[in-house]
Design a protein around this ligand. Structure first.
Ligand SMILES: Cc1ncc(COP(=O)(O)O)c(C=O)c1O
Length: 407
């Protein structure tokens, strides 16, 4: 079968189109007046099992707002893991704070609590944990360290919806949790995000930070014109917090809501797709999937694997990828560079935004040796198949490539 000719079914198999039509016909297309964003927020919070959901326009603006709400400011330190995307770092810079990196566990690729303990200083004002590829970090020791020092924890669950840590769903462990609805994520509306929390103070503050600081915004309410007589009065003062416009539009909210209605099925598809590839990898010793410890449930945003083929069969990373793609497999992504070796950080391009904070700060190789050593070996296999027959076929192709290299 020619799998290149088989198409992945549409992303939008639920109520997306119907809901979009309703938004088009509604008076408000903005969360400040409409009801779709509120509907999404409430449904998402209920799904995770928390009191508050606050919709944002990305899973980066969420992180920035969460840091600001946690009181992070110029010169404060924010610890995030070394194996993650750049956005945990950029959000930290947006708060004029200093990114500090904790190394990772070489088997799970998530934050190493031992290194976190070493990196905490009196200046640490927040910890961002990242559920990489859908797998929770070891949250118990992280929370213990954070609680002992009174440091707020922000879960970055951009890649993890319906992931679990020892029976607890991600989003309920830290003080606030961030999700992303960007194009490739479990729930997608093109671009979007969500903060969830049980803390009313944080919920109200993040909503204000993401909503121009309107003073009448509340933890559970994103509409701003609740009393027109007051709102339209020239003596009314509107803003009591420095905020940005990080709101999610009604259109995006309607699409995300339709996706949320099918989230169990969407996550299940990714888990099963990952399972096919993991089975194929059992036939060789050089593709080592991210280890999922007992009691963890990985929602498999993608399947992360360490490639040891250079040592084992003498085949370079690039050549293995090429062989798989030429045989009809999908592109394999490498892992992002550790953030502090990206040119924006390594060349200190951030210094001028706050020189008195950053003049003495610099980053170089060797800060997190484990992350630096595994990053070039990682392969990310696609799990975003909405037809399991297609995923199965791709795993068969992988198996053939493995057999070819073994013979
Ligand atoms: C771990 C992680 N954090 C944050 C983000 C940022 O999310 P967004 O692209 O919605 O800004 C992403 C998205 O790729 C991510 O994977």
């Amino acid at each position: 079968m020619n799998t290149k000719a088989m198409n992945n079914p549409s992303k939008y198999l639920g109520n997306e189109l119907t809901y979009l039509g309703k938004v088009l016909n509604a008076e408000s297309w903005s969360a400040t007046g409409g009801s779709w964003t509120i509907g999404l927020e409430r449904a998402f919070a209920e799904k995770i099992g928390v009191k508050y959901g606050i919709a944002f326009n990305s899973g980066t603006s969420t992180l920035h707002a969460a840091l600001e709400a946690a009181g992070v400011g110029p010169g404060d330190e924010v610890i995030s893991p070394a194996m993650t995307v750049i956005m945990d770092t950029t959000a930290t810079f947006h708060a004029n704070a200093v990114p500090v990196y904790a190394d990772v566990d070489p088997r799970t690729f998530t934050m190493d609590p031992g290194d976190l303990a070493r990196k905490i200083t009196p200046r640490t004002k927040a910890i961002i944990t990242v559920a990489l590829y859908g797998l929770s970090p070891d949250m118990s020791p992280i929370m213990e360290l954070a609680r002992a020092k009174n440091i707020p924890v922000i879960e970055d669950n951009a890649q993890a919806v319906l992931s679990y840590y020892k029976g607890r769903i991600l989003g309920t462990i830290g003080d606030m949790a961030s999700f992303s609805f960007e194009n490739t994520k479990h729930i997608s509306c093109g671009e979007g995000g969500m903060i969830v929390t049980n803390n009313e103070g944080y919920a109200e503050t993040v909503r204000k930070i993401g909503g121009h600081g309107f003073k009448n915004l509340r933890a559970d309410e994103g509409r701003i014109r609740l009393n027109m007589e007051v709102f339209q009065n020239p003596h009314y003062k509107r803003h009591d917090v420095l905020g940005w416009n990080y709101r999610l539009s009604e259109f995006n909210s309607a699409i995300a809501l339709a996706q949320l209605e099918r989230i169990e099925e969407l996550v299940e598809l990714r888990k099963k797709s990952a399972g096919f590839f993991i089975d194929a990898m059992k036939t060789c010793d050089y593709l080592i999937p991210q280890q999922v410890p007992d009691g963890y449930v990985n929602s498999y945003y993608t399947l992360g694997v360490i490639y040891e083929g250079l040592d084992s069969i003498g085949v370079k990373w690039e050549d293995f990828r090429k062989a798989y793609v030429e045989a009809g497999g999908d592109g394999i992504y490498g892992a992002w560079s550790v953030p502090y070796l990206e040119p924006m950080v390594a060349t200190r391009r951030f210094v001028k935004r706050c020189p008195w904070v950053y003049e003495k700060i610099s980053y170089s190789e060797g800060i997190c040796p484990v992350a630096e050593s595994i990053q070039p070996k990682i392969m990310q296999f696609k799990t975003n198949y909405r037809d399991l027959t297609l995923a199965e076929k791709k795993a068969e192709i992988l198996l053939k490539v493995i057999k070819r290299f073994s013979s």
